[in-house]
Design a protein around this ligand. Sequence first.
Ligand code: FEO
Length: 394
Amino acid sequence: MRARNVTDGVLWVGSIDWDRQLFDELIPLPDGTSYNAYLVQGSDRTALIDTVDPTKTGEWHGLLDALRLTKVDYLIANHAEQDHSGSIPFILERFPDAKLVCTPKAKGMLIDLLHLDESRIATVSDGEKLSLGDMTLEFIHAPWVHWPETMLTYLPERRLLFPCDLFGSHLATSELFMSDASRVFRAAKRYYAEIMMPFRNLIERHLERLSGYDIDIIAPSHGPLYDDAQFIMDVYRDWVSGPLANKVVVPYVSMHGSTQVLVDRLIGSLADNGVVTVPHRIAQGDTGRLAMELVDAATVVLGTPTVLAGAHPQVAYAAMLANALRPRVMFASIVGSFGWGGKAVDQLLSIIPNLKVELLAPVIIKGFPTDSDLDAIDQLAAGIAEKHRGAGVM
Ligand code: FEO
């Protein structure tokens, strides 16, 4: 890719990773991703905001060569994670007078991660400003979106926010700005669920603070930019604290059909009670989709057969993931089967202490479901619907 014009004096100088399929060896990337970096060319000084993943340094070299860029005064590191910081050593070598600018917390992390020369780094405090001549960079410390060292950079003269990961989406596209709102909404929601949801309380505070800034353009470090900043800020507010959906997410595994029968009955009974179910067959599913569905689900029901006296390991994995992502679910239950005994319920409950849920009586059956087992599922569905109504989840 070539550099692209964002607005007067600001260029996108990132890299698009069309083929990447996995992030952190964990998160599926069905639409690839991008590593967005930006060049802000003031009348006196030039700043580069973030860099690209080290796998893209070579390609990025070509983009910067084509720009005939002779000077970078400041390299702003909003975030120390390597998909944005990994090419910092290359920039510091290419521009020996460039100063790396970051939070005090990021300084230590960047030295640890990249073995940078401490003398090249200047730290900035929360709210500090840096003049580029006719443009100014203001640094807004925003810890835990999603690492502790993070900051956002604001360019008041262009009403432009560079929030790094915040508001981003893993979406490789040649469109610089969002044009397909529903596609970007889904990609941004998936990104929020996977990366930001565990820190939603802090994000809520950051959103409140950002409401005091005049922002027209948001230029995140992944995915397309937003020229309607309000769009992404509004959906973030909704994900962080909006109403929950009258929805039950059911991550499950069925080995020989018993748990499948229970899940199918649950789906039907919940529908009869006016509640939507999102079944998620874990072994064949996409964990990003599961995370996304948990953003606004009121209830989660785990479905598991018994393996070696415990829950199926894939269900334990889904429970561990949900526990780490800390969705806002209010109610939980477990359905499943066993042959001769087991501790699946105790085991799964011990995995989800972060979920502050009310547990609804699990339905754990022996063998293939009988009519009375299915009646128990009907009662669970009715109980979930009643709880939703009581909690105002409609
Ligand atoms: Fe895109 Fe937290 O790095």
